[in-house]
Design a binder for this molecule. Structure first.
Ligand code: AMP
Ligand code: ZN
Length: 668
């Protein structure tokens, strides 16, 4: 090894350690000046020796890489959101649910602050950071690696060198001090200040020039490790380990063994959060045991083993100017309050959701009232009350509309409906475009080059009136439209053409059958394999399908009983849209496990736990988290939880191995 190479390696190691001491531990041992000198020396040597380039060198922290477009990548493991709670009672309810599902009361929890920034998923391979991806929609996010690498408190290389691969998740935040400093500088430079730290942090991740990101005092706080091969048993131990590896895990993390300890944590931080160096909007309570987490699993949106507790939101008072009404794609009407703009928790609020007519009545709203607005978990804030003392005499109650604001059809409200509906399903413009917008949306057909606005434009120009019409469009139709360049027309047509390759389960979701969401569509596609069999299914047959209840079954029947919908399906078929599972999907699927419920526990040899679960579902079986009388088999690997073993035995449920399982599906 040349002496220069040796020096480079040494400097990198030294700078890494200083970085860690400065940015993570906040205990620097050398001056900033000395640090800069060492960094300069490293940069100089690296420039002289491009052959020793290392993407994870401390010199890379200064950025300089320019990203024109951030690539979308799929998360290996989905990034879920969290269920919210706003009171101690809700926390208690959750705790009871957890205990009931686990069948025990001695459950330990951890409490962490809920850091308010932008979530990030970091992939490490052999001890090195290889990729950083934003949460996006939870399934896919944007690759922002170049920008994230500039965050000094995030280790690019781990302390213990070559590790197994894992993902670690955290929140990229902008600490208050840095945020205020940035704003002082902006104001001095005559620029508008940034609104709040959270938006500025997430905006920073999307800057094209990573050198600009490097200038921002961003920080990354970690809260979860995702890996199939962890030897730790608890969330707490995993985070402590991550912290030893150089990650910044806030010391506020705490184990709570009783409800009182949890409440104490909530109260303490509600009162003391103003003293924190960064913003927090609540606490995240998690089940500490990883086995129990696994047993509890996930709903379609969030883990059952975690709960966010939101601190009481900030309130603002402002004037209600008017109420307008929005029509959804199903015809549901939502009233929206138009407010005198007011600052609330760092953003300017102009509108608030009013949900439905009952809500307006309950609040007894009058135009011109001074109202209280709060930000709950929702994106749009809500009105929580009226300042009655400030009401002027003679203020009139709000008259709810009787007609659709869009097509003027008289509104209907059936027994049990929360909202009013416009019944003009096939003539109401918003409903027509809403259905097409749903069809092209990311989670449905994901048609590139065709967004919500284009759908409206095409509809207004009488080019489409349903989603099947999309496939008849030609570039010649589109180019003459306003703001439509030839390039975008080509892209749109190509995107529509490509959508004929989208798998059947997504098509089924895209059709827009009421109550048929992504998960239900997947179940139906697997069960019926093609649309013809689904269309022939009776009410009784539909309700025997796992997770299909009467409401969904009826809605499917209603949908296909309309000749116009059958016609749409016929047309989609002629355009080549996938209305059946393809060969490949069929080849690894069957219904052999139909009606059987499995619980999976332990570590396996051949398949990973997730592969095993997927395989069960692919063959029509059901995977559940905890053992009950309804369980058909328990598949046990190494280290199966002892409590599960006892429970299975006491209920007389067969415990089988992974190999027994593979034999079951062998011929399919
Ligand atoms: P929400 O966006 O309200 O559904 O909340 C879920 C998000 O909270 C996650 O995606 C995380 O980015 C964020 N979060 C912040 N702090 C934590 C924490 N300590 N544990 C888990 N998630 C957290
Ligand atoms: Zn209407």
């Amino acid at each position: 090894m040349s002496s220069d190479q040796k020096k480079i390696i040494e400097l990198r190691k030294e700078l890494r350690e200083h970085n860690y001491r400065y940015y993570v531990l906040d205990q620097p041992v050398i001056s900033d000046y000395e640090f800069d000198m060492k960094l300069n020396e490293l940069v100089k040597l690296e420039t002289e020796h491009p052959e020793f380039y290392d993407p994870n060198s401390p010199s890379q922290r200064v950025g300089g890489e320019v990203t024109k477009k951030f690539n979308t990548v799929e998360h290996k493991n989905r990034m879920y959101s969290l269920d919210n709670s706003y009171s101690h009672e809700e926390v208690l309810d959750w705790q009871k649910r957890v205990q009931k599902l686990l069948g025990r009361e001695d459950v330990e929890y951890t409490c962490e602050l809920k850091y308010d920034g932008a979530s990030i998923n970091l992939s490490y391979d052999k001890g090195k950071l290889v990729r950083a991806v934003t949460r996006g929609d939870g399934v896919k996010g944007d690759d922002v690696t170049a920008n994230v690498k500039t965050i000094r408190s995030l280790p690019l290389v781990l302390k213990e060198g070559e590790q197994e691969s894992f993902e670690i998740r955290g929140e990229i935040i902008l600490p208050l001090e840095g945020f205020l400093k940035m704003n002082r500088e902006r104001i001095e430079a005559g620029e508008d200040p940034y609104r709040n730290p959270r938006n500025t942090a997430s905006g920073s991740l999307k800057l094209q020039d990573s050198a600009e990101v490097a200038d921002r005092p961003l920080d990354c706080l970690l809260y979860q490790v995702v890996s199939d091969n962890l030897s730790f048993r608890t969330h707490y131990d995993v985070l402590k380990y991550a912290s030893q590896q150089g990650f910044k895990v806030p010391e506020t993390l705490q184990i709570c063994r009783t409800t009182d300890e949890i409440f104490e944590f909530l109260t303490y931080w509600d009162e003391h959060r103003d003293g924190l160096p960064y913003e927090t909007d609540g606490v995240v309570i998690k089940v500490n045991s990883l086995d129990y987490q696994e047993e509890l699993g996930y709903t379609s949106k969030s883990p059952r083993w975690a709960l966010a507790y939101k601190f009481k939101a900030e309130q603002a008072k402002t004037r209600l100017n008017s109420v307008s009404y929005q029509v959804g794609r199903t015809g549901a009407i939502t009233p929206v309050a138009n407010l005198e703009p007011v600052e609330l928790a760092g953003t300017v609020v102009k509108r608030a959701s009013l949900h439905n007519a009952d809500q307006i009545e309950k609040l007894d709203l009058r135009l011109g009232d001074l109202v209280y607005v709060e930000k709950g978990g929702e994106i749009i804030p809500k009105i929580t009350g009226v300042d009655l003392a400030a009401r002027s005499n003679g203020a009139q109650p709000i008259q709810y509309i009787a007609e659709c604001p869009d097509c003027h059809t008289p509104l209907e409200r059936k027994e049990g409906d929360a909202k009013h509906f416009c019944p003009n399903e096939f003539g109401c413009p918003t409903q027509i475009t809403g259905r097409i917008q749903h069809y092209v949306s990311r989670k449905a057909m994901d048609i590139e080059g065709l967004g919500s606005e284009s759908v409206e434009l095409l509809y207004k120009n009488h080019l489409i009136s349903n989603y099947a019409d999309l496939y008849e469009l030609t570039e010649k139709d589109i180019i003459p439209l306003e703001r439509m360049a030839e390039k975008s027309a080509t892209n749109m047509i190509q995107g529509i053409r490509n959508s004929t390759q989208v798998p059947f389960e997504k098509v089924l979701f895209a059709l827009g059958i009421r109550f048929v969401g992504e998960t239900v569509a997947k179940k139906l596609a697997r069960h019926y394999k093609n649309i013809d069999q689904l269309m022939e299914a009776t009410f009784e047959q539909l309700t025997t399908v796992d997770e299909i209840g009467e409401k969904i079954a009826q809605s499917i029947l209603d949908f296909f009983s309309l000749e116009s919908n059958r016609e749409l399906v016929r047309r989609l078929r002629t355009y080549g849209v996938q209305l059946a599972l393809n060969e490949q999907e069929l080849s690894y699927q069957s219904n052999v496990l139909s009606g059987k419920a499995f619980v999976v526990s332990g570590v396996f040899e051949v398949l990973s736990r997730n592969e095993l679960k997927k395989s069960i579902e692919d063959h029509g079986g059901k995977v559940t988290g905890s053992i009950s009388k309804k369980t058909t088999y328990v598949i046990a690997g190494d280290n199966m939880g002892p409590s599960k073993k006892v429970k299975a035995e006491s209920l007389g449920i067969p415990i089988i191995t992974e190999h027994d399982y593979l034999k079951m599906i062998e011929n399919f």
